[in-house]
Write a protein that binds this ligand. Sequence first.
Ligand SMILES: Nc1ncnc2c1ncn2[C@@H]1O[C@H](COP(=O)(O)OP(=O)(O)OP(=O)(O)O)[C@@H](O)[C@H]1O
Length: 126
Amino acid sequence: MESYFKKRYNSFRFAFRGIAAAIRSEPHMRLHFLAALGVTVAGFLFDITRWEWCLLILSMGLVIVSEIINTAIETLTNLVSPEWNELAGKTKDLAAGAVLVAAFTAALVGAVVFVPYVLQFLDSYL
Ligand SMILES: Nc1ncnc2c1ncn2[C@@H]1O[C@H](COP(=O)(O)OP(=O)(O)OP(=O)(O)O)[C@@H](O)[C@H]1O
């Protein structure tokens, strides 16, 4: 019988395998990670506050989680309904809509956090 620790270790391994599969198969996922890297660099450059970091980390996590769930739904839909089906299409559209809402929300949070810093920067250096 597998030990408790071996089971937990395998759970993490499968989860990381899922994240890696999403990065490999989804170009959007790579874009989300690139955007997260850009936001992180900007956060350090503008020396944002702890609470602003929390908001940005939550926003980035929301986008990445929604993209992983979207990928899972797409994969399952392709398995269950590889042929054209109105409900399969609706399912994929709904999952894609969730990613769009998450990305739009993250973009708004990013704008609310960074626009004042950018304006201040332009004001003092230009
Ligand atoms: N089996 C299907 N039956 C009906 N419509 C479908 C089906 N598969 C895909 N579609 C339609 O085509 C759209 C794109 O589906 P597709 O599987 O290509 O996703 P995608 O463009 O790869 O999504 P993403 O960019 O998030 O990876 C869906 O949102 C849906 O409207």
